[in-house]
Design a protein around this ligand. Sequence first.
Ligand SMILES: [Zn+2]
Ligand SMILES: [Zn+2]
Length: 82
Amino acid sequence: MLPLDPQADIGRRAWVTCPNCEDHRECPVCEQGRRCPDHWRYLLTNTGSLLHLQCPSCTHIWDHETGFGATRTKWTRRTSSL
Ligand SMILES: [Zn+2]
Ligand SMILES: [Zn+2]
């Protein structure tokens, strides 16, 4: 298990399924695509639509392409204040 990244901040969370532990499976809340109180990931950083995430359950770190591209999501609004 990796330690939590120093950038991990509970104030910045993303609801993305973890490809490592897949702890969302068989969870009725996640199945409905809702913001599950148990299964969320730390949003460490993001570059455009690419999110750098860490799973609090298994501490797996990976990149997730949201595919939003030029569309500004709430994540990009939060980190770039041009
Ligand atoms: Zn995980
Ligand atoms: Zn869940």
